[in-house]
Design a protein around this ligand. Structure first.
Ligand SMILES: Nc1ncnc2c1ncn2[C@@H]1O[C@H](COP(=O)(O)OP(=O)(O)O)[C@@H](O)[C@H]1O
Ligand SMILES: [Mg+2]
Length: 381
């Protein structure tokens, strides 16, 4: 899988820019605030449908312009496609080979990319919302149906929460939204659990390689549903939950929503369900969030990203495009760096850096260089 060319119009600090990439390693080099991350963000946006930095499309549109275009020619599954997103105040338009798609879920799934950035550390250190975002982004780009159910779940959630804040509470309407939450929430839960059942052993293996077996990484889905959580005591194992049928999960979710109803009415919000769930990351059983060293946390984040690469390869038969935003200089540990470099030899890589210093050995020989300055990308040499 690779990106042959990228065209940007009025995207972030780009006015109009076209760039052709090499199927191997591409290095975007430039000072700070020139547009390096913006270029990776654009590629990632075509894969995931969301920016990794903002929820608002308006942030992506060049200040003063009324719309932005991101277009790329990509090769995947033995086919060449042109993917294009047009962002503007009137909403989004998504085109595949020039044909407008009715839904974003029809646009996604053609192309995958995994982005490594210094903020990945927040996957370990940050709050649950960031880890849910990780799940949503990864599942969204390999399974568009996931986004369909997540969207319906979130809409039902907003409506239920609005009802909970209105006195007296309309219990008949709550029933309707509970049913919708259970239906779509079960789909979201099942896909997340399966994803983690696949991802966890891969991440653990990668972690063991980097840490040389010093400690063991465990990744689990921590659900707010008492039957499936690991915080209520007697929680079932990840393996068991990954096997749970959608129907069973929907019943469990529906029952839990009813049990919590009185409490939810008191608090004015829905306190249970996938929107409150988390990933539990532990080293030898101890929560990494509060006890792991900075180096261990970095290794965990890296293991999760590299595991994503493998997961996508297993799902689609091809590795995704690897986007490395300013990370090589941060990888002080030789093993961490070697694993990332080994991956960059197998897949198309676009990486950003402020200096050539972190590029060593073979990488420096094979890399195609591009300078990035004030929103202009130029191939070097
Ligand atoms: N919507 C926008 N319109 C115009 N400029 C923008 C917009 N969003 C970000 N920028 C500019 O892009 C630059 C940052 O680009 P970025 O790719 O993050 O830099 P870096 O090269 O350090 O990775 C900043 O100068 C910022 O002001
Ligand atoms: Mg940057």
């Amino acid at each position: 899988m690779w990106v042959q060319s990228l065209y940007l119009r009025s995207f972030r600090n780009y006015e109009e820019q076209e760039v052709s990439f090499h199927p191997g390693v591409n290095v975007l080099i430039g000072e700070n605030a020139q547009g390096k991350t913006n270029a990776l963000e654009a590629i990632h946006l075509l894969a995931v449908g969301k920016s990794h930095r903002t929820h608002r499309d308006a942030d992506l549109v060049r200040r003063g312009a009324d719309g932005a275009t991101v277009r790329a020619v990509i090769h995947a599954g033995g086919r060449q496609r042109t993917l294009e997103l047009r962002l503007g105040s009137g909403g989004r338009r998504a085109l595949v080979n020039g044909v407008q798609q009715a839904k974003m879920t029809d646009f996604l799934g053609h192309f995958q990319a995994v982005l490594f950035s210094p903020e990945d550390l927040l996957l370990v250190k940050g709050g649950p919302a960031l880890r849910r975002r990780f799940l949503d982004m990864e599942l969204g780009q390999t399974q568009p149906a996931y986004l369909y159910h997540l969207g319906h779940y979130q809409r039902a959630l907003q409506q239920r929460n609005a009802l909970l804040r209105r006195v007296p509470v309309d219990e008949a309407s709550l029933e309707v939204f509970d049913a919708q939450l259970a239906e779509h929430g079960a789909q979201v839960l099942r896909r997340r659990m399966r994803f983690l059942a696949d991802l966890a052993p891969i991440a653990a293996d990668i972690y063991a390689t980097i840490a040389d077996g010093r400690e063991t990484l465990d990744v689990r889905y921590a659900s707010t549903l008492p039957q499936f959580g690991d915080d209520g005591g007697g929680g079932t194992t990840l393996e068991a939950t990954a096997e749970a049928e959608v129907g069973t999960l929907a019943e469990v979710l529906l029952r839990a929503l009813r049990v919590r109803r009185a409490g939810d009415i008191r608090l004015g919000t829905t306190t249970i369900g996938p929107h409150r769930d988390d990933l539990r990351l532990t080293l030898d059983g101890i929560p990494a969030h509060s006890f792991a060293s900075q180096g261990q946390q970095r290794t965990i984040a890296l293991s999760l990203r590299l595991a994503e690469m493998e997961f996508i390869r297993r799902q689609t038969g091809e590795y995704p495009v690897l986007l490395l935003d300013d990370v090589l200089s941060e990888l002080d540990d030789g093993r961490q760096k070697n694993l990332v470099l080994a991956m960059s030899e197998k897949v198309q890589t676009v990486l950003t850096t402020t200096s050539l210093f972190p590029l060593t050995g073979r990488l420096r020989e094979v890399a195609r260089l591009f300078s990035v300055c004030s929103g202009i990308i130029q191939a070097e040499g």
